[in-house]
Design a protein around this ligand. Sequence first.
Ligand code: GLY
Length: 257
Amino acid sequence: MRFTHAIVRPPPTTFATGISRSGLGPPDLGLALEQHDAYCRILERLGLSLVRLASDPELPDSTFVEDAAIVTSAGAILTRPGAGSRAGEVATLGAALRLSFPELEEITAPGTVDGGDVCQAGEHFFIGVSERTNSEGAAQLARWLARLRFSSSVVDIRAMPRLLHLKTGLSWLGRRRLLAAGEVVDHEVLRGWESVRVPDGEGYAANCVRVNDALLLAEGFPGTGAMLAGLGYEVVPVAMSEFRKMDGGLSCLSVRW
Ligand code: GLY
């Protein structure tokens, strides 16, 4: 699937007050804005047309737009984020998405889903059950995906404390190949897939994003970069230090379709 569009939203002035358990200290807002701008320019260079939402200081985590919606080639659904402080992010994303997806659906209570727990791998979706995505939310999402003729499987990551979301440790590289952090790589749900393991000490790099012919990879992970380049990918390094401090990864910064 080739992407043509993405929604992005810059970090607000309150970014440092968002949820974080990284222990990496507060982000530098100026640098975060520069990194966000560079990320947007990379998407544009790869041919995507961007919908830029205005930042909102009432919603410190709202730059991580991916958590509020799942978008596929066949339709889109708004999530119900698992962190109460993030509930307000859905409305703005919904207004933007309805222009392209008038039949937009929604995860409903008591279900919760964060988009970061949803890893699309072609016609199949891996759905993480986590601190943020509950079993009811995962079941609602699986039923909606089945109606769109996508298959799905659930990966329970609640016993993997280093993973906030499933995609913290799992990314699709194209075809039947996945990039996986150590915690997930041997999970039975990945049987039948080729799992490429992220080198020790480079777990953050497991959240990468395939955008058309390129593979966006967090800057500063030379082992992963060399491994993926060796497999033939056009690796594009992206500076992510300030988003990492707030538990965010590359995929979180855009909703793509
Ligand atoms: N700071 C991103 C999140 O915790 O949802």
